[in-house]
Ligand binder design. Structure first.
Ligand code: GP9
Ligand code: MN
Length: 709
């Protein structure tokens, strides 16, 4: 073994053996190493040239260089277990397999900014990606270079320019080589987990898996996921759905006649306030309001504002919030439901439900389309349009971005050009992103004092929240100027906490307390929920609720019938609502009691309670816990079993046809243009084709210093 290692490590030996490989005799080891290098180099070069992996910092750079090697070693080492010509051909086949996978992904990525998945290969047409149709148009001559080395090696073998080494190597060296690949894979994974915790369990984005672990590891990851999903899907039966629908129907509450249908036919804006907590409302730093525009909106007489509204997300964070808001289904106990099930599942989501009422739907976000698998999930939800980063030319300049994407002021302003083209009525969801951990902002955009808790990741929070508030203020001004303010419903919500429970001393300081307990931490999970519409009877409402309740509340306001729909939330305006708020881990809050981190509290006073000494609490806790457990497990069953595909009971609902949607920029813009011509109800059409985007005023410095246009 030592002499083998010495040989491998000596450059002189290397050169001599490599020469042998190309001219006369070629011990299989050298042929193997040559192939590993070839696969490594071409994968890395293609990572750089053809994928947009968002590599930042030396650790990620290092992993990107390292990650093609382990699978190259493992797969090519198969050749070492054989002797003679077979081992050479096997090495070539292994090189070819990896090259074909690379080649296919280069092409797919060029068109869809995502990697091929088993689901897409298996059901390409159902996701509407029309694989194959456009391949000829997107192929570059240089893509074939991926196979150049293989062609050369094959020729050299056929014409006996490489002499076959008949001896082969001992089996144990072959095993050691395979093991070396496995060890390297774990080293890579270890470093990756330090840089990005929850990489595999939370599964944010396929780009992340490839960036950290590699293109081949991604196949394994994807295959395991697909296998688990198809298993639970296979076992599901229509009767499972019936049972769950009996539960949701029994818990459905009658709508409030005072509100039902009062907003019928209006446009709907859902504004997703990233990481925005309720405590920020009316919060002051050095006597200055952090969010004056949102505060004014909150207290407006036409705004229904909830002050006992909780986020209910799990690991899927933003994507869980979206799942609840669009479907009234919970996220999963681990990972993101949108990532795992968004592509293939059947949903009865807001965009699809509103499409039946004549609405056009569009989602807007300044991050790449693949994050949280939105590019696929939104098709399943029924979104006509998804304006992601590529639709925002200003996002090309890195200084116009912060953290996950385009800065909110630029994002909202640049969304106006698409909003004005949407046929009315429309359902538009705008997902902001600047107020995201670690709450950093460039100097020119900071116009608010940081808090002084001494916790670096906490102190910038009010600054990015202030920035988001300003961006919102500018957006609302524009709405007023173009007349959308009066014929639209504005739904605002915070998706989840911004300051995690790891920052308790800082949280205590922000709340003006000496320390915080579990009761305070539970209250800290509150996020804003506001519904504004001109003429709406508003006010601060103390009903207890959470993100799961947004959809039924909004549908009742819009007067959309919900009977038979499988929703786990309630209309918060209903007077019969039982007001049990369920957290993803099974804890819960009711107006009277709450359970948080295995402790019970009086919700109003914060007093700690003991189950054994309080029979009334005991009975209430049993009821709440039973409801929480059932809701979560039933919701999980709907998602993991894809049960809504069995929902044939609702004759007024047509299942989404994912093929109808195309989110590629050029195609989407064409469809947008065509649609607003066939239905000239957009702001632009009503304005005789004169764009209103000049009415959008912003103080974003990027426009005055020339970084944004
Ligand atoms: C990224 C953004 C952030 O696109 O939505 O997601 P989060 O980290 O908040 O879940
Ligand atoms: Mn979020």
């Amino acid at each position: 073994m030592m002499s083998f290692l010495k040989q491998v490590l000596s450059p002189k030996q290397w050169w001599q053996q490599l020469k042998k490989t190309t001219d006369s005799s070629a011990p299989i080891v050298w042929f193997f190493i040559l192939n590993v290098i070839l696969v490594w180099v071409k994968t890395y070069v293609n990572y750089l040239m053809n994928f947009n992996l968002g590599v930042v910092g030396p650790i990620q750079q290092f992993l990107l260089i390292l990650n093609p090697i382990p699978t190259a070693i493992i797969l090519l080492s198969l050749a070492l277990y054989f002797r003679g010509a077979l081992s050479y051909w096997l090495a070539i086949v292994m090189n070819l397999i990896q090259s074909m996978w690379l080649f296919a992904n280069v092409l797919y990525y060029r068109e869809f900014s995502d990697f091929l998945s088993i689901g897409i290969i298996g059901s390409g047409s159902s996701t509407g990606n029309n694989l194959g149709k456009s391949i000829v148009a997107i192929i570059h001559l240089s893509d074939y270079l991926i196979f150049l080395d293989i062609i050369l090696l094959v020729l050299l073998l056929i014409f006996h320019q490489i002499k076959i080494d008949k001896k082969g190597i001992q089996k144990r060296y072959a095993v050691l080589t395979t093991l070396l690949g496995v060890v390297l894979m774990f080293v890579d994974y270890g470093i990756a987990s330090v840089d990005r915790s929850g990489l595999l369990t939370r599964s944010f984005d396929n780009n992340y898996i490839v960036k950290y672990l590699g293109l081949n590891e991604y196949v394994v990851f994807n295959a395991v996921q697909t296998y688990n999903q198809s298993n639970s899907r296979k076992q599901a039966k229509p009767a499972d759905l019936k049972k769950i629908q009996a539960f949701t129907a029994q818990n459905q509450t009658p709508a409030n006649v005072q509100y039902y249908g009062t907003q019928k036919g209006k446009n709907v804006f859902v504004i997703h306030l990233e990481s925005f907590q309720q405590f920020l409302i009316d919060y002051k730093v050095d006597g200055q309001e952090v969010t004056p525009n949102l505060n004014q909106f909150y207290h407006d007489q036409n705004t229904l504002s909830y002050d006992n509204f909780y986020n209910q997300v799990g690991q899927g964070k933003t994507s869980d919030a979206e799942m609840m808001q669009e479907n009234s289904l919970y996220g999963l106990a681990t990972g993101s439901a949108m990532v795992k099930y968004g592509t293939n599942n059947t949903f009865e989501a807001m965009p699809a439900v509103l499409a039946q009422q004549g609405y056009t739907s569009a989602a807007f976000h300044g991050d790449v389309g693949t994050f949280w698998n939105r590019n696929n999930t939104y098709k399943s939800f029924g979104y006509n349009y998804y304006f992601s980063k590529e639709f925002y030319p200003n996002a090309k300049k890195s200084s116009n971005n912060v953290g996950y994407g385009l800065k909110d002021k630029i994002f909202l302003k640049d969304s106006a050009q698409y909003i004005e083209q949407l046929p009315q009525p429309f359902y538009a969801k705008l997902i902001t992103v600047t107020n995201h951990y670690p709450y950093e902002l460039d100097k020119q955009n900071i116009s608010f004092p940081a808090t002084k808790t001494g916790d670096n990741t906490v102190d910038g929070y009010v600054q990015t929240a202030h920035y988001l508030d300003q961006a919102f203020g500018e957006f609302i001004d524009y709405m007023k100027k173009v007349g959308l303010y009066d014929n639209s419903v504005f739904v605002l919500y915070g998706d989840h906490y911004g300051i995690s429970e790891n920052h308790q001393p800082a949280i205590a300081q922000l709340l003006g307390k000496s320390s915080v307990n579990n009761y305070d931490l539970a209250q800290f999970q509150k996020v804003p929920f506001m519904i504004h519409a001109t003429g709406l009877a508003g006010g601060v409402n103390h009903t207890y609720g959470g993100e799961i309740d947004m959809m039924p509340t909004l549908l009742d306001l819009l007067g959309v019938p919900t009977t038979g729909m499988t929703m786990f939330g309630h209309d918060l305006l209903s007077t019969a609502d039982s007001q049990i708020v369920v957290f993803r881990d099974g804890d819960w809050v009711t107006p009277k009691y709450m359970k948080y981190r295995n402790q019970y509290f009086n919700t109003e006073t914060g007093e700690t309670l003991s189950l054994d000494q309080d029979p009334e609490l005991k009975a209430a806790a049993k009821k709440a816990q039973d409801y929480a457990d059932k809701s979560l497990s039933y919701s999980d069953k709907i998602i993991t079993g894809d049960l809504l595909r069995f929902d044939t009971s609702r004759s007024n609902f047509h299942a989404v046809n994912k093929k109808e949607f195309d989110y590629q920029k050029s195609a989407a813009l064409k469809i947008l243009k065509r649609n607003q011509e066939s239905n000239p109800s957009s702001v632009l059409a009503k304005n005789n084709g004169h764009s209103s985007t000049d009415d959008y005023t912003t103080d974003a410095p990027e426009y005055s210093n020339g970084n944004a246009k």
